[in-house]
Design a protein around this ligand. Structure first.
Ligand SMILES: Cc1ncc(COP(=O)(O)O)c(C=O)c1O
Length: 450
């Protein structure tokens, strides 16, 4: 075992089967440029997952590096507490307020998606207590949804390993069936799935009692649950249903924000303004940790008013609004606004078209996605949509072949492959991705004998 492998045994890696990892060892990255990662042994692979769907601008963007360097030199840290702040964080708050859907205009900064979800939940609870509706304590989320792994947010997440042994979901956390046209009982017809999803939210709220329900939370496209694209009109229908039922809508755009699906935010596809919107990842293109929970004027006014008489809103972290992260975020927004969103939209269309052609392959049941975000669901029978035997680990095998050929993406546990290329991809980069992926699926199909 070399030195690095030995040292790595002390790192409890996130969302990792620890015994398997001990046996297999770490694959440690050393450097990166544009869309490529290079490991400590000098092996170079094309990144088709933007790190963890976060490096939207690609690696080595000089303006991001320069923004960080300059900020580190001039002011490496400044608190946002007690009336203090820093120029980059103030600038960023006002830019996000302008960019966000109408009505969302106050920003609570954090470090990452999980704490931004936690912030959203705490803010909603505070808000309802403040306006004299303390019984509104229940939250409803979607099966297969992912909302991070904080003590509370993990219960809104609906993926088994985030619940197992962690004592969540709590008694105030509920889930409705995922709007998953390919596998929904009412599918594949999108209008029927949408109708069923609206009905599921209504009946869950009825069951709990609308007076007890605080909010519904969802992702515009379910990411970690398998890149599941809901029917068109989903967010709009959820907005209308929440309004009708008198509950808040929280949209988690941690993956879908910042051009991942085309526009700056996925909410824009349907002209939806949630009550709270959660952002992270692409905010800094992953160059430094940062998140933003953007809240409506209405919620802001209520929580501000609740502190009349000098009582602070008792929520925050040392690094909230960190100036270096904020400087990087401002430089990242500049990139989105000048060229990156445009390129992501153009290359995203090409990527979706080319990827969809894989549906001709025997093992591919469905290709789905939007912009630079996609999922490929593997099946062993296209008619019955039968999933591969999990013990065969077909998704993992395809990834292993691709990795050997110089491409990395994500293989979810239930044989769905996930793709989130950075927005600086070219057509040639997409071609290389598709070539290696096709070859890798063919290899696995061949080794199964058909
Ligand atoms: C939709 C969504 N929400 C929240 C999170 C949690 O973000 P983080 O890993 O930065 O805590 C993620 C992470 O992938 C996510 O995809």
């Amino acid at each position: 075992m070399n030195n690095l492998q030995e040292k790595d045994q002390h790192w409890v890696h996130p969302v990792t089967a620890l015994l398997d990892h001990q046996a297999k060892g770490v694959c440690a990255w050393k450097s990166a440029d544009r869309i490529h990662l290079v490991d400590v042994n000098g092996r170079r692979v094309q990144d088709a997952f933007s790190g963890l769907w976060c490096v939207n601008a690609g690696y080595g963007q000089p303006t991001l590096v320069e923004a960080a360097r300059k900020q580190l030199e001039t002011l490496p840290y400044a608190t946002g507490y007690f009336g203090f702040g820093s120029e980059p964080a103030i600038e960023l708050a006002s830019r996000l307020a302008k960019l966000a859907p109408p009505g969302l205009n106050h920003v609570i900064f954090g470090q990452g998606g999980s704490d931004a979800v936690d912030t959203a939940i705490r803010t909603v609870s505070y808000y309802f207590n403040a306006i004299g509706r303390p019984e509104k304590k229940h939250f409803i989320a979607v099966q297969r949804g992912y909302h991070g792994s904080s003590a509370v947010g993990s219960g809104l997440t609906a993926l088994g390993v985030f619940h197992r042994y962690f004592d969540v979901p709590t008694s105030t956390q509920h889930h409705i069936e995922a709007p998953y046209p390919y596998r929904h009982g009412a599918g594949p017809d999108e209008a029927s799935v949408l109708q069923a999803t609206v009905a599921a939210l209504e009946s869950k709220v009825l069951e709990i009692g609308a007076q007890n329900v605080a909010a519904f939370i969802c992702e515009p496209i379910i990411g970690s649950g398998g890149v599941i694209v809901p029917p068109a009109g989903y967010l709009k229908a959820m907005r209308e249903t929440c309004d009708k039922l008198g509950i808040l809508l929280i949209v988690d755009e941690v993956i879908t924000g910042f051009g991942r699906t085309g526009p700056m935010f996925a909410c824009e596809h349907e002209g939806v303004s949630p009550d709270l919107m959660i952002l992270a990842k692409g905010l800094t293109s992953g160059y430094a940790p940062m998140s933003a929970t953007i809240i409506s004027q209405n919620i802001y006014a209520a929580i501000a008013e609740a502190g009349a008489g000098g009582i602070p809103f008792g929520h925050g972290q040392t690094y909230a609004g960190h100036p270096v992260s904020a400087a990087i975020a401002n430089a990242t927004l500049d990139l989105y606004e000048t060229s990156l969103l445009k390129n992501g939209i153009e290359v995203g269309e090409y990527f979706q078209t080319r990827l969809r052609s894989l549906e001709r392959l025997d093992l591919v049941g469905q290709v789905r996605g939007q912009g630079m975000l996609a999922g490929v669901e593997l099946v062993t029978d296209k008619q019955t949509k039968a999933k591969p035997d999990p013990s065969l680990k077909l998704g993992q095998k395809i990834l292993a072949h691709a990795f050997a050929e110089g491409l990395v993406f994500r293989a979810f546990a239930d044989d769905i492959l996930g793709f989130a290329p950075s927005l600086n991809y070219t057509h040639a980069d997409v071609d290389n991705l598709i070539d290696i992926l096709t070859l890798s699926i063919d290899k696995v199909t061949g080794s199964r004998g058909g």
